[in-house]
Structures are given as structure tokens and as C-alpha cells.
Design a protein. Structure first.
Lengths: 304, 402
């Protein structure tokens, strides 16, 4: 027997991706984790161990902001789970209906906002909702509901929910597409077999289709989770780095940005910024682990 | 002689974030300087405002920065001086032309060393629509009572939004609100320096009362001011939809171009007729010398010239709203700018209370003042609570306040 030859071509093909990924993802990630353990004293970088984390969680000046941002982040995520994903699933179910006309048109129209820049989305919605030039107050007036209008983005109690809904509007195309693909992959035979047993219409969706697309819903949930906890752009584009009013829209991303790069008279502190980034990394890691080991392994998969 | 002149020819390079001013420098300032100082050439090389601090720091570290460096006020420049990158200019002849307040933004905390020559300041006050005031028969208010009476009258008439300001971007509330009207309460420099020295607290009536006054503004800012942005406010005013605009003088150029009605300006109203008035005459821009510049002599010549009345006159007229900080009499053509600058003769000047020293720590006093001013206008927190919050934040890191 001849010893199998070492397959050099595998290395060659892997190399570009591994190198690029290492250079722009893995190295910066670990360097950020490392930076979180340092601080600057008299213009010299010194190792301080976990001191930055003690400040972040122990000093009320920092911890209040951190918990506020984390709480806002959970609310942001909650709104997405509550609104974006059910709407995405419902739209996908409607679009996958074989007798729906112009399905491709609707699909594209709903997906288009996803590819727009956050800056455009933030700016456009700020204008739409503007109390001065916006069309939202006028539209409400036209149907006699002007009293429902409020300057939502400027009110502490509404601003975060408003931004979360804008983000939902932007990204509802993603669950739509994934669920749509999953629904299309359900074989006709399964549905027909159900029909023979008397399961049609809405019952077919709840009893046959939904269980079959559960793994996709799981994937969407975890994508939403990671996306929301890394969110930054929309809040920054719409409300600025101070995430007003009164930090009511401050999420971990804007908190990290402000700390790392500084803002107005606040000088940037890369080390505290890295500590926050590390905390974000930890939160996302825990969330993903809960999903992978707690939920995904229990989902039943069906092979056709 | 010829060889000597050729050898003496030096070129000075200026680092700046004012890329808006490129043509002003190239067409006016540099030719005027070069005409008076043959043998010295000057190059103005600005970078984008948002990148300036980072670009400058890396250039200074690499030794490739220009001879002259445009200085941001306070801590950003102080850090450069302490790192030995900006030269000490305390002995420069031109420095004699500036007052202590003017120099305060570019000095060590004890005031012993100055490292940048002040170029310009911005003055706060209120710009108003003269046509609207004439139409409603309103006199320019001098006291707070008159000010609120005027707002009330405009409100009643209903044709104009009384005052154009929003709280969405937050900084206007602090910069054009709190630090605009505040100096009349804390008596300008007296209160500001006492706060830095720890002799006054942010819970003192002088520091809390401006929040109580701001709380009365909310009713006059127009519908939905909570979500109104800074550009929204500018547009509302220049479109003639609002009567009063809490302003910084930097708005003058833009407003002159946009508004087709006549504008006037009035200073922050005092509490009682006859009180001494105080204005925020905020130090904004200066110029210093790279400590490692090989052309130190020529650079000093230039800096001395920046302290001259010729420079002051060119700069102030080309950029109405950016006022010379020197003691020279500067004749300005723009009527609105003249009005702003005339207050210097009637009132005491001070700078924004949060800028020197007090915004060095965490929590950042300037950022917190933004939030506090917004909360005051919206009425979400009482002035006393705001004062107490700011004081405890400041005291948590600033020793003289502990």
C-alpha cells in the first residue's frame, strides 16, 4: 500500500481566505481583547489586568451607562423578534401562495430597503417623521388622527421603539427571503398527503409548514440577535453619538463608539472602549452558545 | 546679497482643519503676509475637520508636521504642549495684544505658559427677524421680563414660531441655551473661575437658575421641537417662520446668504434693567508653532503678524462671525457682525463654563450639560435635580469640588 500523498492543493486553496480572514477579523478581535487589559498612565500604556472591567461594572458612572445600553439593546432585540420575524414569516407564507399574482414584484419591493445604506434610511425616516417638514403629521391629519402624532424620535419614551421599528422596516426582507426559500423547499407530496388526511389552508400552515421551517426560524433568530447586539449605524445616523434624548436610544454599539473614539470634549479612551467591545463580544458569544447548545440541538430535522 | 536672500528664503507650512477657509488664506491672508515679509513663503495645508486631530497627532509623532499648527481650544492643544510638540510662546511680542480671557484656551492650567496665538472667537446671543418684530410692534428685549413678554406676544399672534430651537441634537440647548444666557447669572469669569477653583458648586443658585429659565423656553419653541434638528432650526428661521433664533455668531455668513428679511441681534437679556451684562465670547481657534520646526524664526515672525491689527482686520472681515480676539480696533463691514461685536464694549466677556479643565474626566461635564439643558427645556427634571446630578458627577473625579 502506498501512503496517501499530502494534498498540497488544499492548503493552497485555503490560504487566501485564511490569510485575509486572519488579517482583518481574527487578529483585530484578539488585539481588542488584549487592549482591554491595558490602560494609559502619563502617556505610557501599562498592563492593568481586569481593572477596566472593574471600572465598567463597578463604577456607577460607567455601569449605569452600560446597563442602560444593554437594556436598550434587549428592547431593540425584543421588538425585532416580536415584529420583524412574525411579519417576515407571514409575508413569506402569503408570497409562497401559488395563486398570488405579482409575487416577484412584492418580494423585490419588500427586500429593497435591506440593501439601502443606514445613512439613507436614518435620514429618510427622520424627514418622514419630522414634525416640521415630515409627511407623517400630514398623513395622520388627512385621516383625522393628528392627535396621535408625537415627535417620536425626540421623546424618551418612544425614540428607541421608533428606531427599532425603522430597523424592522429595513430588515424584514431577510426573514422573508429565508422563510420563503424554506417554504418552497417543502415537497408537494407532503402537503398533498396532508390534504388527503383533510388538512388544508391555515391548518396546513400551522401543522405542516411551520414545524418544517422551525430550523430556519431558529437561524433567523440568531442572526437577528447577533445583528441587533452589534447594531450601531442606524442609531448613530439618526440620533448621533450621544444617542439622545437623554441616552434613551443608547445601545452598546454607540456607547462603545463614544468611549473608544471620544465625543466633543470627551477624549477617546481606546482601552475602556475595548473593554466594552469585549463585553459585547462576551454577550453575543453567550447568546449564540445558548442557541447552539440549548435550542438548535433540540430542533427536529426532517429529511425528504 | 543675492545669495543671502536666496538662502534666507524659507517656506512655512500651516496645518489646519479649516478647509472651508482655503481660498481666504490663499487669496488674502498669505499674500498680505508675504508682501510685508519678503523671504518667507507660506503654504496652507488643511485637512478634514473630523480627521484633523488624528492626522495632526500622527504627523507630529512622525516628525512630518508643518511649522505652524492651528490649535483647537483647551485640552486637545494642551496635550500637544505637554508632549513637547507645541512650542512655548509666552514671550512672543504679539502675545501682548491679547487679554487673559482670550489666551485662556491655550495656556497651561496655571496660566504660566501660552502656546498658541488666539485667532478668533464666536459670540453668543440671539438673532431676530427685524420684519417680524416691526410687524408685531415688539421692541428688542433688554431684560428677561421683556424677553418673555416678547415671546408671549409672538405666540399670541400665531404667525411666527416665537423661537427656533430644537432639542434633538442636544448641543444647541447647552451651547445656545445654557451657556448663552448663563453668564448673566454666574457673572461670567467670576463664576466660571470660582467653579474651577471649587469655591462655587453647580448646585448654587447662580448655576441652577439658568435651567429654571430654560424650562420656560419649552413653551415657545414650536410644535415637535423635541425632534427638531439643528438644520431644521436654521431653516425655520431663515425661511422667516420663526422670529427669534438663539445663535452663535458663526451663523452670520450662512444666514446672510439664506434669509431675505432683515436681521438684527440682541445680547442675552439681563434679569433687571441696568445689571451688568455678560456674554459668552468663546475662544475657538488659535495658531501655534511646532516645537521641532526648523524655521522657528520665520514661524515666530508669522505668529507676531497674526497678533497684528492687519491680520485681525483681514480675518474678521472675510469671516463675519469669527471675531478677532486681539485688543485692536477692527472695523467690520457686516452689520450683524458689528452688532455682535459691539457687546464686547458694553458687557464682560467670558467663555463656555464647561470647556476649561472641567470636562476632562468621566462623566464628561460638557456632554452631561447637553443632556441637562435638554431635560430642563422639556421639563423632565427639575432644575435643582439637574444641578445636583451635575455636581455629583463633577465631584466624582474633580478634586477641588470634593
Amino acid at each position: 500500500m502506498q501512503k496517501p500523498r499530502f494534498k498540497w492543493h488544499i492548503l493552497v486553496f485555503l490560504a487566501p481566505a485564511v490569510l485575509v480572514y486572519t488579517a482583518i477579523m481574527i487578529f483585530p478581535l484578539f488585539n481588542t481583547l488584549r487592549l482591554a487589559l491595558f490602560s494609559e498612565v502619563d502617556q505610557v500604556r501599562v498592563f492593568v489586568g481586569l481593572e477596566n472591567f472593574r471600572t465598567l461594572f463597578g463604577d456607577p458612572n460607567w455601569s449605569e451607562q452600560f446597563w442602560n445600553a444593554l437594556g436598550n439593546n434587549f428592547w431593540f432585540f425584543f421588538i425585532h423578534m416580536l415584529v420583524q420575524n412574525p411579519i417576515g414569516i407571514a409575508l413569506a407564507a402569503i408570497l409562497s401562495h401559488p395563486r398570488l399574482r405579482y409575487a416577484a414584484l412584492y418580494r423585490s419591493a419588500i427586500f429593497v430597503p435591506t440593501i439601502l445604506s443606514f445613512v439613507i434610511i436614518g435620514f429618510a425616516w427622520k424627514l418622514i417623521l419630522s414634525p416640521i417638514w415630515g409627511i407623517a403629521p400630514d398623513m395622520l391629519k388627512a385621516i383625522g388622527l393628528k392627535s396621535l402624532y408625537a415627535p417620536w424620535l425626540g421623546k424618551e419614551e418612544y425614540a428607541l421603539t421608533t428606531l427599532a421599528l425603522i430597523s424592522v422596516w429595513q430588515f424584514v426582507g431577510i426573514p422573508l427571503m429565508l422563510i420563503y426559500a424554506a417554504l418552497l423547499s417543502i415537497p408537494e407530496e407532503v402537503l398533498e398527503a396532508g390534504e388527503v388526511d383533510g388538512i388544508t389552508g391555515a391548518a396546513a400552515f400551522w401543522k405542516i409548514k411551520l414545524p418544517l421551517i422551525l430550523p430556519s426560524i431558529g437561524i433567523i433568530s440568531i442572526l437577528t440577535f447577533v445583528g441587533n447586539f452589534n447594531a450601531f449605524d442606524l442609531i448613530y445616523a439618526a440620533q448621533g453619538a450621544l444617542a439622545g434624548p437623554d441616552f434613551s436610544t443608547d445601545i452598546l454599539g454607540t456607547f462603545m463608539y463614544r468611549t473608544f473614539f471620544g465625543f466633543q470634549l470627551q477624549l477617546g479612551d481606546p482601552h475602556m472602549g475595548s473593554a466594552i467591545a469585549t463585553a459585547m463580544f462576551g454577550i453575543i458569544l453567550i447568546g449564540v452558545c445558548i442557541y447552539l447548545f440549548g435550542i438548535q440541538t433540540r430542533l427536529r430535522r426532517y429529511q425528504f | 546679497m543675492l545669495a543671502g536672500a536666496a538662502a534666507a528664503e524659507v517656506t512655512l507650512t500651516i496645518e489646519s482643519w479649516r478647509n472651508d477657509d482655503l481660498t481666504l488664506w490663499q487669496d488674502k491672508i498669505i499674500p498680505a503676509f508675504e508682501a510685508a515679509n519678503p523671504g518667507i513663503k507660506v503654504k496652507f495645508t488643511p485637512s478634514a475637520p473630523a480627521e484633523y486631530n488624528a492626522v495632526l497627532n500622527s504627523k507630529l509623532d512622525a516628525g512630518s508636521a508643518g511649522d505652524l499648527i492651528t490649535c483647537r481650544p483647551f485640552d486637545a492643544s494642551l496635550a500637544l504642549y505637554e508632549a513637547g510638540q507645541l512650542a512655548d510662546l509666552s514671550d512672543l511680542d504679539g502675545m501682548a495684544n491679547f487679554s487673559d480671557v482670550a489666551k485662556s484656551a491655550w495656556q497651561t492650567d496655571d496660566g504660566a505658559a501660552s502656546f498658541c496665538v488666539p485667532m478668533a472667537s464666536v459670540i453668543h446671543g440671539f438673532i431676530y427677524n427685524k420684519d417680524a418684530f416691526a410687524e408685531l410692534g415688539i421692541e428688542v428685549p433688554a431684560t428677561e421680563a421683556e424677553f418673555f413678554a416678547a415671546l408671549e406676544k409672538i405666540q399670541e399672534d400665531g404667525n411666527y414660531t416665537p423661537m427656533a430651537m430644537g432639542t434633538n441634537d442636544q448641543w444647541e440647548a447647552a451651547t445656545m441655551g445654557y451657556n448663552n444666557i448663563g453668564p448673566n447669572y454666574w457673572k461670567g469669569e467670576e463664576g466660571r473661575l470660582a467653579l474651577i477653583a471649587g469655591e462655587q458648586k453647580l448646585t448654587d443658585p447662580a448655576w441652577v437658575a439658568p435651567y429654571a429659565t430654560l424650562a420656560k423656553w419649552g413653551a415657545y419653541l414650536g410644535d415637535g421641537y423635541e425632534a427638531q434638528t439643528y438644520p431644521d432650526s436654521q431653516n425655520i428661521f431663515t425661511l422667516g417662520r420663526a422670529a427669534i433664533y438663539p445663535a452663535g455668531s458663526w451663523e452670520i455668513t450662512g444666514f446672510n446668504a439664506q434669509a431675505d428679511f432683515e436681521m438684527g441681534a440682541f445680547k442675552p437679556p439681563v434679569q433687571n434693567a441696568g445689571d451688568t451684562c455678560y456674554i459668552s465670547d468663546h475662544t475657538d481657534i488659535a495658531i501655534g508653532m511646532n516645537a521641532k520646526s526648523p524655521n522657528a524664526e520665520a514661524a515666530k515672525t508669522f505668529l507676531n503678524w497674526v497678533g497684528s491689527s492687519e491680520f485681525a482686520s483681514i480675518y474678521a472681515n472675510a469671516l463675519p462671525g469669527f471675531f478677532s480676539l486681539s485688543n485692536h480696533e477692527v472695523a467690520m463691514e457686516d452689520p450683524l457682525a458689528q452688532e455682535f461685536v459691539s457687546w464686547r464694549g458694553e458687557c464682560e466677556s467670558t467663555i463656555r463654563s464647561t470647556y476649561q479643565i472641567l470636562s476632562r474626566g468621566t462623566p464628561n461635564l460638557e456632554n452631561d450639560t447637553w443632556g441637562a439643558s435638554v431635560a430642563a427645556i422639556k421639563g423632565t427634571k427639575s432644575p435643582e435635580d439637574l444641578g445636583a446630578e451635575l455636581q455629583s458627577g463633577l465631584a466624582s473625579w474633580y478634586a477641588p469640588q470634593q
